[in-house]
Design a protein around this ligand. Structure first.
Ligand code: AMP
Length: 288
């Protein structure tokens, strides 16, 4: 496995390889969620490249950029064991050279939910993703559905700007108790770790109501709020039931289905999660 720390080293690797290149961008502190993307890329591509870059531009001034977990030697060991070909570990000055002023903004899709709670977040994400895709030039790039809005933003960016990379969505990997794997789970005390299961319990309760025939998204949101409200260590930031493509809020679950997205604080840690609400026909409804 080659580790490239500079753009020149990455370009040299890219020029020398042939066949389908699969790419997994990450911020490191790797867990099985990341590795599920790497394994999928390994199955589908001749070469696999992974980047590790904690992107300052996607963190707000009061967020956890400085304290974000970093453990490069552990990450490299994990990626070596997965048969990754190249790990790109750029310095901040390689991604944001002195005088950097060019930013990518994806409108509309990036406005609500995470975009509203974290101003500038998707501008940072879109800019770094486009830069990494331009540098690695992969045929395929793998993104987790855990960051649902990010996935939609990246798909839109690639379509709008003609980037010749197929974006491959990958399902969320969870702990046995439902908590979505996240590098930020490393921050939790045992008590907070237990409380953090409330995100999935709330989403699962909404899904359950939907499966039983509930179509009103206001009522589904109320279910989520009441489950989160029962956990004293948790505080809901937002819950939304939205169109799975446009991420605009919907009033009723129809045949298109919807996605229920939420963000919540558990102690000082902010987590996000989501679940797809598929249109299972309820009593009296016909299957399309
Ligand atoms: P991050 O390091 O948080 O920027 O995540 C890198 C990639 O891994 C993104 O595409 C995430 O959506 C994906 N990812 C993070 N957590 C999970 C998870 N639990 N299951 C699947 N993919 C994930």
């Amino acid at each position: 496995m080659q580790v490239a720390e500079t753009i020149e080293a990455l370009r040299a690797w890219r020029a020398a390889v042939s066949g389908v290149v699969g790419f997994v961008p990450t911020m490191g502190a790797l867990h099985d969620g990341h590795l599920s993307l790497v394994r999928r890329a390994r199955r589908e591509c001749e070469r696999v490249a992974v980047s590790i870059f904690v992107n300052p531009a996607q963190f707000g001034p009061l967020e956890d950029f400085q304290s974000y977990p970093r453990d490069l030697s552990r990450d490299l060991n994990l990626l070596g064991a997965e048969g990754v070909d190249l790990v790109f570990v750029p310095a901040q000055s390689a991604i944001y050279p002195e005088g950097f002023v060019t930013w990518v903004t994806v409108e509309r899709l990036a406005k609500r939910w995470e975009g509203a709670s974290r101003p500038g977040h998707f501008r940072g994400v879109a800019t770094v993703v486009l830069k990494l895709l331009n540098l690695v030039r992969p045929e395929r790039a793998y993104f987790g559905e855990k960051d649902y809005q990010q996935l939609r933003v990246v798909e839109r960016l690639v379509r709008d700007l003609g980037v010749p990379t197929a974006i491959v969505p990958c399902p969320t990997v969870r702990e046995p108790d439902g908590l979505a794997l996240s590098s930020r789970n490393a921050y939790f005390s045992p008590e907070e770790r237990r409380a953090a299961t409330v995100l999935w319990r709330a989403l699962a309760a909404a899904l359950d109501e939907c499966v039983k025939g509930e179509r009103s998204t206001a009522r589904l949101c109320r279910v989520v709020k009441s489950v989160i409200g029962e956990e004293p260590l948790a505080r809901l930031d937002y819950v939304a039931v939205a169109d799975p493509e446009t991420l605009e809020p919907v009033k009723q679950i129809d045949q298109r289905g919807a996605v229920c997205c939420l963000a919540a604080w558990v102690g000082k840690v902010r987590l996000i999660d989501n679940v797809r609400l598929e249109p299972v026909p309820s009593k009296g409804e016909e299957r399309a």
